[in-house]
Design a protein around this ligand. Structure first.
Ligand SMILES: Cc1cc2nc3c(=O)[nH]c(=O)nc-3n(C[C@H](O)[C@H](O)[C@H](O)COP(=O)(O)OP(=O)(O)OC[C@H]3O[C@@H](n4cnc5c(N)ncnc54)[C@H](O)[C@@H]3O)c2cc1C
Length: 304
């Protein structure tokens, strides 16, 4: 009944050209891990008003609502999700004003880095090859090769689901730190758009740095298997991948989930892994490292 009311509201928004949606969409097709059961409603707003309509419809029909970018840092549950997931991928407009870029939260980080490079703007090279969206990147403060989004983000605009209104975070208000931002403390905020300040540089030099980072990724990371990137965060003073190797877990599997032989920091899906197998393997890694080194490593992958 509630779901019917939700669907009716969605249909109205579809007829106004604000969004599209799919029912019972397998979440395995929405995540780089290729794991997860169906979500009742996968909603794809086509503009910011589409986001607002989705939130209103979910409130009205009391349907649980979550937001996902590219699904590259998430482990979805085997049983799926009874509710709605708002996917930001169509919020991907980009505009330039001198060294300032404003982009929708759904744009892929790699596409954004390429756009910036073409304009001769430097600062996003590190993000080339991170398979996430800009919104997910701001949420996580995505980073690589000693750089992170915190260095370039000057403002983000969000929709506050609880108070039903738009808001902004500027500069330090983002509370960026290693794989952390203010958005991690407030799960009722949907990042809509982000303003970044970059530096002018030669487009070819920028592209050369991007290609170098991409080559290093291909050489070191098990990109031939589905995964959600580094399974754990760095522990101060340690390389997590080295710790995992030293406790003898490199290559070890639980069902279809395995610690990559190529990079022990990655838990990969060898083809038919379930979320529970991934969780079991992750727990084993945490336990072995605690037993040997007395430290609690923290998950980077988000359990949805
Ligand atoms: C092969 C591989 C390599 C990777 N390499 C790196 C790397 O070098 N550096 C790095 O930092 N990460 C890396 N990652 C992890 C991942 O790509 C990043 O964390 C990325 O920023 C996640 O973005 P996403 O859009 O996929 O977020 P999702 O996985 O979709 O979501 C992650 C979290 O962000 C929230 N979220 C997403 N969009 C929004 C929004 N618009 N508003 C509010 N909340 C939102 C979600 O609710 C969820 O809690 C890698 C992953 C893979 C698979």
């Amino acid at each position: 009944m509630l779901k019917e009311a939700f669907q009716k509201k969605l249909d109205e928004a579809v007829s106004q050209g604000l969004l599209t949606y799919q029912k019972d969409k397998p979440l395995s097709s929405c995540s780089t891990f290729r794991i997860g059961g169906p979500v009742s409603f996968a909603v794809y707003p086509l503009c910011e008003q589409g986001v607002i309509e989705t939130v209103n419809a979910a409130h009205f029909a009391r349907v649980p609502l979550r937001v996902v970018g590219s699904g590259s840092n998430i482990l979805f549950p085997d049983e799926g999700f009874e509710g709605a997931i708002l996917f930001t991928r169509n919020l991907c407009r980009v505009s330039f004003d001198g060294t300032i870029i404003r982009a929708g939260a759904g744009i892929a980080l790699s596409a954004l880095a390429l756009e910036a490079a073409k304009k001769g703007l430097s600062g996003l090279e590190f993000a080339y090859g991170i398979p996430g969206s800009l919104g997910g990147g701001v949420y996580m403060n995505a980073g690589a090769y000693d750089h992170e989004l915190a260095e370039v983000v000057v403002e983000s605009r969000y929709y506050d689901v609880t108070h039903k209104g738009l808001g902004y975070f500027r500069e330090n208000e983002h509370e960026f730190s290693y794989r952390h931002s203010v958005y991690k403390n407030q799960d009722d905020l949907i990042v809509l758009a982000v303003r970044m300040d970059l530096k002018e540089d030669d487009p070819e030099a920028i592209k050369a740095r991007m290609d170098d980072y991409m080559q290093r990724r291909r050489a070191k990371q098990p990109l031939e298997y589905p995964s959600a990137g580094s399974a754990f965060k760095r522990y101060p003073g340690y390389f997590t991948a080295k710790l995992i190797d030293e406790v003898g877990l490199k290559g070890v599997s639980v069902g279809g989930a395995a610690v990559s032989e190529k990079h022990a920091g990655f838990v990969i899906n060898k083809g038919d892994a379930t979320a529970s197998e991934v969780k079991e393997l992750m727990a084993l890694i945490e336990q072995r490292i605690f037993e040997k080194y007395g430290i609690h490593i923290e998950r980077e992958i988000i359990y949805f």
